[in-house]
Design a protein around this ligand. Structure first.
Ligand code: OGA
Ligand code: NI
Length: 364
């Protein structure tokens, strides 16, 4: 309700002051805060909800891509394993994916380097302007009273797989360019394997161009003096088709599994894959998009890089809906068609309230 604040402090003033400093959450740590500002405090019941026994961790299904290439000896086996993981878990870890360990580590290190540049060297990229393909900020909430999260992020937005290298900060330019080449390869192979796992021709998703582009979030979760009061990322499901994540050795990612938060521990060299809501939509509910979050920790910083496989810009003007071949009398459409713009608009205005928009489109 307009004018009725959910919190007992001047939320707008705190947001404005934080924003004007342009030094992010890392800036708070740099000046030695020992108590987190009220803006970052999340309701305790939200943090505790679904809390599991301390330390509970999952072993995600492991997809070994050895021999999974077209005509490869293990193609069928891999497609089956992916189909099962996609339907039962929505999250899996990928090994032997062809991305060299050095490339992954160099990417993580370069992102740390960017976030740790002197404030004046990254100030010019600090913005919330949507049109900017390269920017960093702290993902501040937009709705009055909503809490902020304990993280900073550098966002790189590609258009038809293109981003002028000179736009990428020099601290991570070379490493990002290298990493992205591999992400495109993995994404394209995944599109084939997912298509087959859905019983479609292997080029189906590729032809749809629904995961033919990407946006990269390069995340920096600073050490937090009061980790039990805040979150690194709130509970959310991803909005696009597929997310390919690398994280350093600190951990902190949790997924909702059997209605409990469980840790998704780092596995050196593995990529973590999870579906976003659009894949749940396209697959008519077969492949699941699962909620996850990142907890804050005393130790830090934690670095992760999330590559979101997004629809090609050319198809954004077309209606989105369940793939027609997957809809039948026995399997009626679970979602109705909608325009991507309408779907995306929801996230623009609800930045911190990340309930999935997909539910709006559910039939019945
Ligand atoms: C995301 C996300 C997880 C992480 O950016 O959508 O869930 O480990 N990131 O940083
Ligand atoms: Ni996510």
């Amino acid at each position: 309700m307009a004018g009725v604040s959910k919190v007992d402090f001047d939320w707008e003033k705190e947001v404005k002051e934080f924003d004007e400093r342009k030094t992010g959450v890392k800036g708070l740590v740099d000046v030695g805060v020992t108590e987190i500002p009220r803006l970052f405090v999340h309701p305790q019941e939200v943090i505790d909800r679904y809390l599991t026994a301390k330390g509970a961790a999952v072993e995600l299904p492991v997809i070994d891509l050895t021999g999974a290439e077209s005509g490869g000896t293990r193609r069928r086996e891999v497609v089956e394993a992916i189909g099962k993981a996609a339907r039962e878990w929505g999250f899996f870890s990928i090994i032997n994916h062809g991305v060299p360990l050095e490339t992954m580590n160099a990417m993580l290190e370069s992102i740390k380097r960017f976030h740790e540049l002197p404030d004046e060297d990254k100030e010019s990229l600090y913005t919330y302007e949507r049109s900017k393909p390269v920017k960093w900020n702290s993902n501040l909430p937009v709705e009055e009273g909503d809490p902020a999260c304990w993280r900073d992020v550098l966002n790189l937005h590609y258009t038809n797989d293109h981003l002028d290298p000179h736009e990428i900060p020099s601290a991570c330019r070379k490493e990002t360019e290298e990493y992205v080449k591999y992400m495109i390869q993995v994404r394209e192979l995944m599109a084939e394997l997912f298509s087959e796992a859905l019983g479609l021709p292997s080029d189906h998703l590729s032809k749809m161009e629904c995961m033919k582009n990407h946006a990269i979030s390069c995340l920096y979760y600073p050490a937090c003096p009061e980790p039990h009061k805040t979150l690194g990322a709130p509970k959310h499901s991803d909005i696009f088709c597929l997310t390919l994540l690398i994280q350093d050795s600190l951990g902190g990612l949790q997924m909702l599994h059997d209605n409990q938060w469980v840790n998704v521990p780092p596995v050196p060299g593995a990529l973590i894959a999870n579906f976003g809501d659009l894949m749940q939509l396209f697959s008519n509910g077969e492949f699941i998009s699962v909620e996850h979050r990142v907890v804050s920790q005393l130790a830090g910083p934690r670095i992760s890089v999330a590559t979101f496989c997004t629809p090609n810009i050319r198809i954004l003007g077309k209606p989105f809906g369940p793939i027609k071949e997957l809809v039948s009398k026995d399997k009626p459409a679970v979602y109705r068609d909608f325009m991507f713009e309408e779907y995306f608009q929801y996230y623009k205005t609800k930045a911190a309230r990340v309930e999935s928009a997909l539910e709006y489109y559910r039939i019945n």
